[in-house]
Design a protein around this ligand. Structure first.
Ligand SMILES: Cc1cc2nc3c(=O)[nH]c(=O)nc-3n(C[C@H](O)[C@H](O)[C@H](O)COP(=O)(O)O)c2cc1C
Ligand SMILES: O=C(O)C(=O)c1ccccc1
Length: 351
């Protein structure tokens, strides 16, 4: 028996290993899951028109994001609750990210504290911290200090979650909270009694929150979950350092456009780096995102599938698989590097 040959086969392995409620929490999306499906299917609709005879022997995959040098333009998106997938949780993910020489964005809802994630990844792992701005600015500031002290190099503020999306799979299983013994460790000590404070989503989130955050930290701020080019322009005007075009993997507002269909207009609107996540499952998907002008992509669920299937080794294999696929796709497209992917490599499929 061979091991998994693709990210999709990792998902099948993970599904076999996980309790159905955990699998559905990871896999599911909001409402009718239209956007969840669209994120993946929009990549298939974009087709490649490769160039030949260009003599590019070994495409250069390395890139740099906000000063972090990484082995490829594929980074780990912030996802909650890694210990639901594997007992080592985010420790295993961080070790695999370090092994792959890429960047990890730790979720504020991680089941391992950010300091421990940083230690597991080691000093060389570029680590960013994803933040949900809280209603009490002192709580938000305490989280910022915690991320700074842990050595995080950027704050990734999620802006697509003014309320929690309605995920019907979770309602069906009665999955509303972490099981006994697992906690959002970054929130420990932040409740009035020194316990674990619940994470809030705030409905009144606005640009003033971003401004206030800028005044309390020197870390670069990345906005995640932005889709509209007009918001991209506002973000740049507010001193934001980079953007992540994202619809939260189809878990928040359903029927939002696929991220790969939104990225080009955002790139055209601003001069700051733009990442995109949602539905990236193949090296060719990475090539398409870069051809549309993105500086990199992030992957969410594939990391969880690797983790559930084989722990740290599984995450490392997922990252390795994407790297090998990206290398092969670039070679077959006649590209010399991830910085040399022309827009005219893409065509829309006729139907
Ligand atoms: C199980 C799960 C948990 C997530 N948790 C968070 C989170 O805590 N914070 C956040 O900003 N995004 C979260 N996301 C969204 C991801 O960062 C990312 O946008 C999305 O997973 C990308 O799509 P993909 O899973 O198709 O790669 C989560 C996604 C999943 C699947
Ligand atoms: O499940 C999610 O997508 C998510 O973003 C989240 C946010 C807060 C707590 C747990 C998960």
């Amino acid at each position: 028996m061979s091991g998994p040959l693709s990210l999709r086969e990792f998902e099948a392995l993970a599904r076999d290993r996980l309790p159905l409620s955990a699998y559905d929490y990871f896999a599911g999306g909001a409402d009718d899951e239209v956007t969840l499906r669209a994120n993946e299917s929009a990549f298939a609709r974009l087709r490649l028109l490769p160039r030949v005879l260009r003599g590019n022997a070994a495409p250069d995959l390395r890139t740099s994001l906000l000063g972090a040098d990484i082995a490829m333009p594929v980074v780990i998106a912030p996802t909650a609750f890694h210990r639901l997938a594997d007992p080592e949780g985010e420790l295993a993910t961080a070790r695999a990210a370090a092994e792959a020489d890429t960047l990890m964005i730790a979720s504020m809802a991680s089941t391992v504290a950010v300091e421990d994630i940083a230690k597991a990844g080691g000093a060389d792992l570029p680590l960013w911290f994803q933040l949900y701005i809280q209603s009490d600015s002192k709580v938000t500031e305490a989280l910022v200090r915690r991320a700074e002290d842990a050595g995080c190099r950027a704050l990734v503020v999620t802006v697509d979650s003014t309320v929690f999306g309605r995920r019907e799979r979770d309602h069906r299983h009665g999955f509303h909270d972490l099981p006994e013994g697992l906690y959002c460790e970054n929130m420990r000590g932040l409740a009035g009694d020194g316990g674990v404070r619940p994470i809030e989503m705030i409905r009144d989130l606005d640009w003033e929150h971003v401004q206030r955050l800028r005044s309390v930290t020197g870390l670069p701020i990345v906005l995640k979950g932005l889709m509209h080019p007009a918001d991209a322009v506002l973000a740049a005007a507010h001193g934001v350092s980079a953007l992540m075009v994202s619809n939260h993997g189809g878990r928040q507002l359903d029927t939002v456009v696929a991220t790969i269909d939104a990225v080009a207009d955002v790139v055209a609107a601003v001069d700051i780096p733009v990442l995109v996540d949602g539905g990236v499952r193949r090296g060719t998907d990475v090539v398409k995102a870069l051809a549309l002008g993105a500086d990199g992509v992030a992957i969410g669920r594939p990391v969880l599938w690797g983790l559930a299937a084989r722990g740290q080794t599984g995450v490392a294999q997922v990252l390795r698989m994407l790297r090998d696929e990206l290398d092969r796709a670039l070679a077959l497209c006649g590209c010399s590097s991830v910085h040399d992917i022309p827009r005219d490599l893409l065509r829309e499929a006729p139907c």
